[in-house]
Design a protein around this ligand. Structure first.
Ligand code: ZN
Length: 312
């Protein structure tokens, strides 16, 4: 009896010791994970506030540039400063993309893109973006843009430069956008249309484009897709499709449908949002759409060549 009692208490002590050891190990690992998690949170916060500060500085420099249009020397310095800041923003954005991809960030990124312009209505898009201090990407075409499609009494020739001066990314959507009239006849026809638009943008803005969007999306190229991508790569181009949209490329009966399409399509941590700058419905929901994304922890940025959303 006594002996059994002794055995039982020894057993209990052993179990208690083992339990204490396991608990200590568990506590040790949990604490370490907690520390690591805290570090990641801190990193993310720092990264985000850096991007915000740089974006603000970038906007400020652009404003100063506008004021100093006639002073060439100062203007040259400012141009360099702007390029430097832009590169810094893009390199931080690249780091944030990595963190988001590795589930190490609470932040998300949305790249707003506007296709087929410039139109007269592009000015309204630019005003809204400016009001929210948001930079976006314009996939422009070239066909007869000296006359605005949506109002023949106006010229849209200056709009390319305006997009660049306001700090947005200007990108290449081919010169003719002629999906059913020859663009996709061959790799050569597609590439020469891209080069034609590249020349037009360079002449009007001084910027050499390095991002293409296939009119109709890359799947429209069908059997030519791989060969076109190879050629684009040789020319230093990346290309981008989209992951979200409000349906403004097709028939949209009203803003409610557009809004529902838009919010239903936002579900990835890094979104490329397709809009068209000719769409009055998109323009009317744009302020709310920007607020919706920001409220859902999205940082809104312009596309850049090294982004993981730009295929190479
Ligand atoms: Zn298009």
């Amino acid at each position: 009896m006594e002996r059994n009692k002794g055995k039982t208490s020894k057993g209990i002590i052993l179990v208690l010791i083992l339990l204490t050891i396991s608990l200590s190990i568990l506590l040790y690992f949990t604490y370490n994970e907690y520390l690591e998690y805290n570090n990641i949170l801190k990193d993310n916060k720092e990264l985000n506030s850096k991007i915000n500060i740089l974006n603000k500085e970038y906007t400020k420099e652009l404003d100063i540039k506008k004021e100093l249009e006639y002073n060439e020397n100062t203007l040259n310095n400012i141009e360099e400063e702007i390029i430097k800041l832009k590169e810094e923003v893009f390199s931080l954005a690249s780091k944030l993309e990595d963190k988001i991809t590795n589930s190490e960030s609470n932040y998300k990124i949305a790249y707003l893109t506007f296709d087929d312009g410039p139109y007269l209505s592009t000015d309204e898009v630019l005003d809204i973006l400016d009001k929210y201090k948001v930079k976006a990407t314009f996939f422009t075409i070239g066909l007869d843009k000296d006359i605005c499609y949506d109002n023949n009494n106006y010229s849209c020739a200056e709009t390319y430069k305006k997009e660049v001066d306001l700090g947005h990314t200007i990108a290449n959507h081919t010169y003719t956008h002629a999906i059913f009239r020859g663009l996709y006849n061959s790799t050569t026809s597609f590439i020469s249309d891209v080069k034609r638009q590249e020349t037009l943008i360079e002449e009007r803005t001084g910027v050499k484009t390095n991002i293409v969007r296939f009119p109709g999306g890359s799947s429209t190229a069908r059997g030519l897709k791989e060969s076109i991508i190879n050629e684009l790569r040789n020319l230093g181009y990346g290309w981008a499709d989209w992951t979200a949209n409000d349906g403004d490329g097709g028939y949209l009966p009203n803003t409610t449908v557009a809004w529902n399409n838009f919010t239903n399509s936002i579900n990835e941590n890094i979104e490329v949002v397709l809009f068209h700058d000719y769409s009055n419905i998109t323009i009317s929901i744009l302020p709310k759409a920007i607020e919706y994304l920001q409220d859902n922890n999205y940082i809104l940025l312009p596309l850049f060549y090294n982004s993981i959303k730009v295929n190479k």
